[in-house]
Write a protein that binds this ligand. Structure first.
Ligand SMILES: [Zn+2]
Length: 215
């Protein structure tokens, strides 16, 4: 047996997000959607995140533009806007813990955050949600499933990053969920504490490895 928490990043996306929500509902699984502010700002896409929230999924902040990892942004104003604009756009759909997930090509590295971002996240009582499994579904629409099984079976509690993006990968989600259960997965919505170095704005685990050193 192993525990498995699923997260879907970089949406909301027409068709795909609805498809993921339908699939999760069929399996009675709740997940978290880390959304991009600039997508959520499109009225026709906001409905998708509202649906996810109404169906019991959690909504987290995954920056506004998702262009440059925050650890590589020099401009403090731009850094703060990436987080603040998105949180404002999420509005009442936000989880009370104010979940924020940085990005950096799937790698846990100092590119994830800069000092401005870390200061803001602490000041505004965010909870930083990292991950411990990235099967790289965006690169390999079919091959991710085997990697996902391997990663999930290799540790007691996996926090997996998937994407509700139109890559074709999500057509395998139904099969993945069914087989994962057959292999002993227990799905849960909360996150492993080791993946949350910042909890309600407080540093509770070493975070320096994820923050670009100041010049
Ligand atoms: Zn992302």
């Amino acid at each position: 047996m192993f525990d498995l928490t699923l997260t879907f990043d970089n949406g909301p996306e027409p068709v795909v997000t609805d498809f993921v929500l339908d699939t999760l509902a069929r399996h009675d699984i709740h997940a978290t959607f880390f959304v991009l502010g600039h997508k959520l700002a499109m009225p026709e896409r906001r409905r998708l995140t509202e649906r996810a929230h109404a169906e019991g999924h959690w909504i987290g902040n995954h920056t506004w533009s998702h262009v440059t990892p925050l650890g590589m942004l020099d401009d403090p104003g731009e850094t703060e806007a990436e987080i603040n604009r998105t949180q404002a756009e999420i509005g009442a759909l936000a989880h009370p813990r104010r979940y924020f997930r940085p990005f950096g090509g799937g790698k846990l590295s100092e590119r994830l955050l800069n000092q401005t971002a870390l200061d803001l996240l602490q000041r505004e009582h965010f909870t930083c949600v990292l991950w411990n499994a990235v099967p790289r579904d965006w690169e390999d629409a079919d091959g991710w499933v085997a990697r996902a099984f391997e990663q999930a079976a290799s540790q007691p509690w996996t926090l997996m990053v998937l994407h509700d993006l139109p890559t074709g990968a999500m057509k395998n989600l139904d099969r993945f969920l069914g087989e994962a259960r057959d292999r002993g997965a227990r799905f849960r919505q909360d996150f492993p504490p080791a993946c949350m170095p910042l909890l309600d704005g407080k540093i509770v685990a070493p975070i320096d490895d994820y923050v670009t050193a100041a010049d």
